[in-house]
Design a protein around this ligand. Structure first.
Ligand SMILES: Cc1cc2nc3c(=O)[nH]c(=O)nc-3n(C[C@H](O)[C@H](O)[C@H](O)COP(=O)(O)OP(=O)(O)OC[C@H]3O[C@@H](n4cnc5c(N)ncnc54)[C@H](O)[C@@H]3O)c2cc1C
Length: 533
């Protein structure tokens, strides 16, 4: 018996899911009689409707209502909920990690559709990996909402006015669609939620949007972008144009030109970088995206196709590179499915052409901007259209009912301020410190061990007369903070960064477990403490 032809789709976003959906329809008979098998590999077993993600921040849509299980959407596709590790184009195979244990899983393919999207890349900007919150996946929206509530909780009981000001300052970087929609929802949420806190005055809240260009929403006509800008400013968002985010520390957003904004919440929606898996492939790329021909097939790699944000697709009519939007990803997905079906049946492939029908951006609280078939709309009508169109596009009747119910209840009920504590113990994390920034102070609780990976720190000890006397300097490969952890006493010295410094921080629990169970490590720290004392 010959095995079925396997079409393997990588990615469970707009590109991957809509390819599977269309193939299920086009190849119904071939799938039923076992000639063709569809497979989809994705990290999650659900599809996220990203255009509605910003509303998860404010809670006007329930967390689980923007997502749909892929198994229900594509019942005739084998779903592999796994993280893809590598793609072997020469041997036509994909390796992924098994859900439990460290076993690797290999899948062979006859046709491969790469729809892995892009990632928020913080490379090259110090501190962003450690302190900036990305905004792309469902987990990001949950993490951000929790952070907002956490900072409000802290600010409510904080006595130090500077710390309180930083806690009540929220910074979003990126004035494109996702940044603007995120800042609009964030602004509405924190101002409404603050009313439930006894000691918070919503007037103390500062929400800042950073944008590198002269006007936000560069994808839209200038008049609509100006409308959005004016409306957000009227609602209290401070918009800093021609301003780039250059880095971050635990308590500040660092701007190009040496400026800083003290904050505990920094969201970065820029820049998008290639998915690391895509970057590893030996394929020609354009701005990090896989170059494909007019039929969406990779040149010189027959039966390998790419769609969505990870593909550099040129429109056959205009010759222009398609923007990374859901609108384009779904059209490309349907098109690639038709071409795969044609290839399986020995029919000719067709070139991709699609002109965007509409551009829309929600501004929160019953306002939006939209350009639909060239007609510019703003305010309530645009918002009503935004909601109607996206509700129609949201896959699954059950999700449509849930979202419509969420929106109705949101009009009637007060803002929810429940903070879900979902984080697991950290163990080890990376941290970044600016020159002069204090890592910890003498007298603080000893909760982390630090290992310098780049840069230099100095250890200072109070001489009793109020002066901090330098004890020593430590560089890459050296550690500090062990005395308080081992002796269970407060910090016996202050440590601050001499220059831009990266460290690896090991938390008290992880350090304690290693110290108790690894005699050579225990010996090392005991003699280190002896020497330093
Ligand atoms: C907040 C936000 C709002 C947006 N709003 C709009 C809008 O209003 N209108 C619009 O047209 N577009 C919008 N977009 C853009 C749109 O969502 C993207 O263009 C679209 O999601 C691209 O689809 P894709 O399938 O190419 O990538 P994605 O949707 O990103 O899907 C990639 C898939 O690959 C999976 N994956 C990646 N790496 C691995 C791996 N190693 N192993 C396993 N699986 C992996 C991911 O889990 C994911 O399922 C928005 C985007 C964001 C972030």
């Amino acid at each position: 018996m010959s095995r079925p032809t396997r079409v393997l789709i990588l990615g469970g976003g707009f590109g991957g899911v809509y390819t599977a959906l269309t193939l299920e329809k086009l190849l119904r008979d071939e799938i039923r009689c076992g000639d063709v098998e569809l497979g989809l590999v994705s990290r999650e077993n659900y599809f996220v409707f990203q255009p509605m993600l910003p509303e998860v921040i404010s809670g006007s849509i329930g967390l689980l209502d923007t997502i749909t299980p892929i198994r229900r959407l594509c019942p005739n596709t084998n779903l592999y909920t796994r993280t893809i590790e590598s793609i072997d184009l020469d041997h036509r195979g994909v390796a992924s990690t098994a859900g439990f244990g460290s076993r690797q899983h290999h899948l062979h393919y006859d046709h491969l559709v790469i729809a892995l999207g892009n990632v928020t890349s913080f490379a090259g900007q110090p501190g962003l990996c450690e302190y900036a919150l990305p905004f792309k996946y469902l987990g990001d929206a949950l993490a951000l909402r929790n952070r907002l509530i956490h900072t409000l909780e802290e600010a409510d009981i904080e006595q130090d006015p500077d710390v309180r000001r930083a806690l009540l300052t929220f910074v979003v970087a990126g004035g494109g669609f996702s940044g603007v929609e995120a800042v609009a929802e964030l602004n509405d949420f924190v101002r409404a939620a603050a009313k439930s806190f006894r000691n918070l005055d919503p007037g103390q809240i500062r929400v800042v949007l950073l944008h590198a260009g002269p006007l936000i929403l560069p994808e839209l006509p200038a008049s609509l972008a100006r409308f959005a800008q004016d409306l957000l400013m009227r609602r209290g968002v401070e918009i800093r144009l021609q301003t780039r985010l250059a880095g971050a520390t635990a308590d500040a957003a660092l701007l190009a030109g040496g400026f800083r904004i003290a904050t505990r919440t920094l969201v970065s929606t820029v820049p998008a970088g290639p998915n690391p898996l895509v970057a590893m492939l030996p394929l020609k790329t354009d701005r990090g995206r896989i170059v494909v021909d007019a039929a969406l097939e990779v040149p010189d790699r027959p039966r390998v196709w790419a769609v969505g944000d990870c593909a550099a697709v040129r429109d056959a009519k205009t010759g222009e590179l398609c923007p990374p939007t859901a609108q384009h990803a779904t059209r490309q997905a349907a098109h690639v499915a038709r071409n795969i079906a044609a290839a399986l049946r020995g029919e000719p492939k067709r070139a991709f052409a699609f002109t965007a029908l509409a551009k829309m951006g929600s501004l929160g609280r019953r306002s939006a901007v939209a350009e639909i078939f060239g007609v510019k709309l703003s305010g309530f009508l645009a918002w009503w259209l935004w909601r109607t169109i996206y509700l129609m596009k949201l896959p699954g009747l059950d999700r449509k009912i849930r979202v419509a119910t969420d929106w109705t209840l949101d009009l009637l009920l007060p803002t929810d301020i429940v903070q879900l504590k979902t984080e697991r113990a950290v163990g080890v994390r990376r941290e970044y410190f600016e020159p002069g920034q204090v890592v910890f102070r003498e007298g603080d609780r000893g909760d982390w061990l630090y290992i310098v990976t780049e840069g230099e720190v100095e250890v200072l000890k109070n001489d009793g007369a109020g002066t901090a006397a330098p004890l020593r300097r430590l560089g890459p490969g050296e550690c500090f903070g062990e005395i308080a952890l081992v002796s269970e006493r407060p910090r016996s010295a202050t440590v601050r960064a001499v220059c831009a410094t990266n460290v690896l921080a090991v938390d008290r629990e992880a350090f304690g477990a290693l110290f108790a169970t690894l005699p050579p490590l225990r010996g090392f720290f005991e003699s280190l403490i002896e020497t330093r004392r």
